[in-house]
Structure formats: C-alpha cells, structure tokens
Design a protein. Structure first.
Length: 93
C-alpha cells in the first residue's frame, strides 16, 4: 500500500524550534551564542574570583534553573546580584 504524501507546510520563522531542528534565524543563532558565552563566563568568574566555594555552586545552580525555565530572567538577575553581592546591572536584563 502506498501512503498519500502530505503537503509540506512552510516553516514559520518566529517560533521556537524543537531540539535538533535547524530552522532558526542567523540573529537567533548570534543571540544564543552571546548568551552561552555570557553564562559560561559568569560561571568561570564565580568559580575563580570568589573565596567561597558555595558561591560557584550557587551560581551554577542559578544558571541551570534559568536554562531549565525554573526561574524568570528577572528573578535570575536579582538572585545573582544577591549571591555575588553586586549592584544592579541594567544592561543585563
């Protein structure tokens, strides 16, 4: 038996693609790359610049919660400031 081919629908450009999908814009790829670099640098700085080992662990947990969508970016920023005892950085939100 032959199955009838399904019509191919054009992929929308402004939706979140499932993992493994390659239909994302160049701008989105750049933003993902910048975000990845920022978060990696944040973890590295927390690991190397803090005299307290729990700070590094807590920053890693905050980043993971952000990536897992367990916390919103605003809460991430607020909790990060508290953890690092830093002043607000308006350009990060």
């Amino acid at each position: 038996t032959q199955s009838t081919p399904q019509p191919v629908q054009p992929a929308p450009t402004c939706v979140t693609a499932p993992p493994g999908a390659s239909v994302i814009s160049q701008e989105m790829q750049e933003n993902v790359k910048k975000c990845k670099n920022f978060l990696a640098t944040l973890i590295k700085l927390a690991s190397h610049n803090s005299p307290f080992p729990e700070t590094s662990k807590n920053v890693k947990a905050l980043v993971q919660d952000l990536l897992d969508a367990k916390i919103e970016p605003e809460e991430f920023t607020s909790r990060l400031q508290t953890e690092l005892k830093s002043s607000p950085q308006p350009y990060l939100v």
